[in-house]
Each structure stands twice: as C-alpha cells, then as structure tokens.
Design a protein around this ligand. Sequence first.
Ligand code: HEM
Length: 561
Amino acid sequence: MAAVDVMTPSVVFWYLFMPAVLLWYAYFRYSRRRMYELGDKIPGPKSYPIIGSAHELVHVRSAQDVYKIFWQHAKDLPWDTPLKIWIGPLLYVGLQDPRDVEVILGSNVHLEKSDEYRLFRPWFGKGLLISSGEHWRSHRKLIAPTFHLNVLKSFIEQFNHNSLEVVNKMRREAGREFDVHDYMSQTTVEILLETAMGVSKREQKSGYEYAMAVMKMCDILHMRHTRFWLYPETIFRLTKYFGEQKRLLGIIHGLTKRVIKSKKEGFYKGLRGTLAVNSDIKMSENATDAATDAATEDTGMSYGQSSMLKDDLDLDDNDVGEKKRLAFLDLLIESSQDGVVLTDRDIKEEVDTIMFEGHDTTAAGSSFFLCMMGLHQDIQDRVCEEIDEIFGDSDRPATFQDTLEMKYLERCLMETLRMYPPVPVIARTLREEATLPAGYIIPAGCTVTIPIMKVHRNPHIYPNPEVFNPDNFLPEAAASRHYYSFIPFSAGPRSCVGRKYAMLKLKILLSTILRNYRVHTTVPEEDWQMTADIILKRADGFRISLEPRKSKVPRRWKSAA
Ligand code: HEM
C-alpha cells in the first residue's frame, strides 16, 4: 500500500524517463560504434563519457584558446601524428602532416564544409564557400574560369589605379604611426567592386562602411564559435547580438543589392558584359601566356601555390570558351537570363561570398606584408632594389610582365602567407572514412580540422619556422618540400578561386606602396596580439609608419611609353 502511495505522476515519469534516456544513449553509442572504435585508435587527450574533453573548454574566450588547448595535446606526439579530441558527442581530428592533409584536401570525396560554417548562412546563403554537392560543383565550374589569368590581365589598369589612389590617401599619415589595415580594407573592397563586379565604386558609396560592417559581422561569428551556448539559432535570436547582426547584414546585403541592380540596369541598356580580353589582344597574348606559363613553372613562381599543385584555375587557355571569358558578375548576369543556370538569389549569394572572401583575406595579407617589411629593413632594401630595377624613376603603372619580374617580392609575399596565413584553419565534415598514409582511419561523421598556420610553422618542414625568411621560397627549397606543406589558399578541388587574382593584385598594390614609401614599425613581432576572428589579424592593429621615398607621389600614372 505504501509503495502505491509514492507512485505520484512525477515518480512514474522518472521511472520511465530514466530507462528511456539510458536506452537512447545505448542505441546512440551502438549506432556510432565504428566512430568510437576508430576514434579510440587516434591519439588525443583523456575523454569522459558524455562530455568527452569538453571540460577543457570551460574557460575558453577565443578561437585561439581552443586551438591552444587542442595543440598543447599535440606537443608530446610525433609531429606527423593526427590528434583527436571529443567535445561531447562530436569528434574532431586535427591533421598536421602534409601527407595527411593531402588525403583530405586532394580528394574529390571529402568536399563538405564542417558544421561550423553554418553560421555564415544568413550572410552567404548557399554561396561557393559553404555550399556542397551538385550546387557547389556546378557553381564552381561556372565561377572558377572568371578568375583565369586572361580575365585577370584585364583588371591590371584598375589594380594600378586603385593602388596609386591608396598611396595618395596615405600621404596624410606620413611620419606618424597608424593602422594600415583600415586603408587596405577599403581599397580591397573598392578594387573588387571595379574588377570582379565591374561597377563604379563611386556609385556604391564608400567601401569603408561595408568593410567595417564585415569586420563587426566577423566579431559576432567568432564569438558564436567560441561561446557554444550561442550556437543554437533559437538562443542566439534572444540576444542583442541578433539585432546587431541584422543591422550589419542590412549594410552588407545593401551593397551587394546595389551592385547587382546597377549591373543589371547596364545589361538591359545593352551594356552587355564586355569580353574581358578582346580577340586582337587575345591573339598576341596567347603567345605571351605560353611563355608566361613556362616561365612560372621554370622559376617556381606559382601564383601563391606550391609547385606541382594544379587546380581548375590552371586550366589550359584553350579549354576556356568565349563566354567564360567574362568577368565574374558579367558572367553571372549573362547566365541568369533564362533563370535555368542561375536564379537572382544564386547571384546575390555568390556576390556576397566573393565580396567577403575577396577583400578581408587580401586586406590581412597585405597588412601583414607591410608589417614584415617594417620589421626587416634589410629585406625591404632588397624588395626596393628589385622594384627600382623594374621601374627606375618612372611614374608608369605596372604591367603584367613587371609582376612576373617581382620575384623577390613574390617570395616575401609567400613567406608572409606562410607565417601569417589569413585563413589560419579550415575544416571539413567527413561523409566517408579516410585512411591516412600511416594507417590511421578517420571515421565518417567526424570533423577534420586543418590548422594551416600550424602546418606552415612545422620545424620538420621549415627550418626556423618562426623566422621570416623569403629564401624558403627559392625554387630549390620549394621543390624539396611536400607540395601540401604550403596551403594558404587551401588546395585541391575546393581551393581558393581567387588565388591568382589575390597574388596579382597584391603584387601591384604592394609594389606601388613600396615605390613611394619606406615602411617602418616600432612594434616587435613578439608583442603582436593575434586574433582569428575568422580571418587572422593583429588585435593590436597593424601599426606602421611611412617615410616618402620620392619628393612627390604622382596623382595619376603616366602612360607607359
Ligand atoms: C590572400 C588572399 C586569400 C587567401 C589567403 C584565401 C584563402 C582561401 C582559403 C584557405 C580558402 C578555403 C576555405 C575553406 O576551405 O574553408 C578559400 C576559399 C575561397 N576563396 Fe579565397 N583567399 C584569398 C583571396 C580570395 C579572393 C581575392 C577571392 C575572390 C575574389 C577569393 C574567393 C574564394 C572563394 C569563392 C572560396 C571558396 C571556394 C570553394 O569552396 O570552391 N579568395 N580562400
């Protein structure tokens, strides 16, 4: 009788609920038994039932804290061993050996971005960076050729024009220390508008407002990556950050909408996308292209990619049809005319993706480069000597051929991207198992992270990895390394589509700055505060000062004689 008395509804609930939970957990473990079995064979920190090693993340404040915790466990492991960590039921496997990295990045199977990229969806929708499956494949096929070298050559005038403009704007800073990233951000947005988007930046209001909104948006995404309780959309929507995100996306999407509108109006007025390379130039340039391709291979110049690595940006010129010679937005608008290949929404998502990927990365890369020049005056001397040899005292703009001759500058740029890769880590979700050369099997369902910065600073690959040494990219040094040991632009089928664009633009922008200014800095490298709010940056600002190298900065270029 007493037993019946205590059978209140809540007691009954717990009697039923607890076994149900246990049963569900047993089933959950059983259905993932292969994952646990394989995960157990990969070295990693101690993990407890249900929480895994999540207790280690309790005091995490930033993404760097997560990586520090992750990689301090790798300290006692051989450098070529993968590392696993369980965060609750989620298995993360980090790879540091280029041979392992190749298994994932070089594959045509492991192409899906990890769940962490989901937070970008309100911003990019199904844009190239985060989409998957057939949607990604067909868009990649369409978009990659719009960044072919032949199209990029038609942007050289805008690269030159905008570079000189920023050099002139920075005159107001001459003699005092300032944060060069603000200038690099604005100019990279404006260059993108005038090149890939093919619209006048004057019509689009300032690129500065857009760049600042992107920076704040990255702060919010970064915060959500580290404060796990803000991950679920329902909880995030209850916070003040949701309102702020909405406001910022208003600015960001406002610009992309204006860009597309202006481009479409031009299109309907009959200003159809001009072929980036007209047929007369094409004839003469095909010959130069062949020479260029040979030159780039011969001298180890590879547009920011390790030698031997080829991707869809290295398509033979003859494989690129006439229609595909259009610049990015021209091609998208053309392709959307019947609504079959692309919808208006597809265009917006791709424009948002390119506007972000194309500006913040190169703004960080160029700012790091200038700081490195400030720190290493002897290396800056050599870059300036090379530039002076190419341009002498002239006020002429750079040509494509000039950029091929900037071999030492290119080595400094690659060394900067090695030490400070703007995208410091990337991640994939595995849908199928992957076997690493050493025999470890990474289970399906786990997240593979590739810490690009860690791969680039491996002392077994780069002697003295903490020292800035452009000779790491002498052709013979590069040829002796595994080709997945330099991956600032990722590599393989999902590599960066803007790789060649970025390298060409950076060479013109940076050489123009160094033709006009000597760069100094007073902040030693060990005092730099790094932050990886999606893109790697200096939290203390990219502080440099500029000393004019010429008595007068030209207002505009003199045309090449
Ligand atoms: C220094 C400059 C740059 C660096 C270091 C860089 C780096 C990268 C990396 C590492 C990825 C792979 C990301 C991942 O797997 O999560 C990527 C992808 C991508 N990048 Fe870049 N990028 C740069 C410049 C650019 C530029 C200038 C553009 C366009 C104009 C661009 C467009 C893209 C796009 C669309 C993707 C996604 C490709 C795909 O998934 O198929 N990037 N970039």
